[in-house]
Design a binder for this molecule. Sequence first.
Ligand SMILES: CC(C)(COP(=O)(O)OP(=O)(O)OC[C@H]1O[C@@H](n2cnc3c(N)ncnc32)[C@H](O)[C@@H]1OP(=O)(O)O)[C@@H](O)C(=O)NCCC(=O)NCCS
Length: 184
Amino acid sequence: MFATKITDRAELRPLEPWQAAEFLAHVDKARANIEPYIPWAELITDEEQARNFLQRYAQRQTNDEGRIYGIWLDGELVGGLLFRTFEVRWGSCEIGVWLAAHAEGHGLITRSAQHLIDWALGTRGLTRVEWRCVPTNTRSIAIAQRLGVTLEGTLRQTFPYHGEIHDLQVWSLLHPEWTQRSWK
Ligand SMILES: CC(C)(COP(=O)(O)OP(=O)(O)OC[C@H]1O[C@@H](n2cnc3c(N)ncnc32)[C@H](O)[C@@H]1OP(=O)(O)O)[C@@H](O)C(=O)NCCC(=O)NCCS
């Protein structure tokens, strides 16, 4: 109902607990692509887990502490974005993203992230959007670069996952930089 057109074929919409079955089917299809980087992908294995995950985000939205959105391509849920953190008091938020493999390569995430950034820094007046990724995630880094986000540094051995403790790059876009954005 409340949808933003991303391309002729794709829409960005809120992703809500009533869509748990659709979300599970999507995660099952996308799991191989996203699980190497996204811990929740291996936890969502049934409809109850999918609903719990979406309910946690619904609660975070109620508290103005996080939000989750899906991307539908030709009517199929193929990925999404979330405000993993949303700290109004500190003026800061972090965006996370994912896509099924067959939806990669069309700019769906780059374009959707522009909407989320505009809302966070423009509508909500936050001062800082963060983007975090492991240094080997070249597709994620390419999005940050396309968005004009600046690499601030690397948190060393901060992300334990799959038996390894990974480094995490921290990228950010500040409000004055956003006013100079390329996608106005
Ligand atoms: C990270 C991830 C979302 C990136 O997906 P993606 O398809 O590369 O990103 P986008 O949707 O922004 O698309 C960019 C691609 O579309 C192309 N493109 C086409 N039109 C475009 C447009 N208008 N704007 C931007 N890019 C466009 C770009 O050239 C790029 O193509 P390439 O793959 O040949 O480099 C995806 O690889 C993924 O889900 N990975 C696993 C989970 C993950 O790592 N999440 C992030 C954790 S930090």
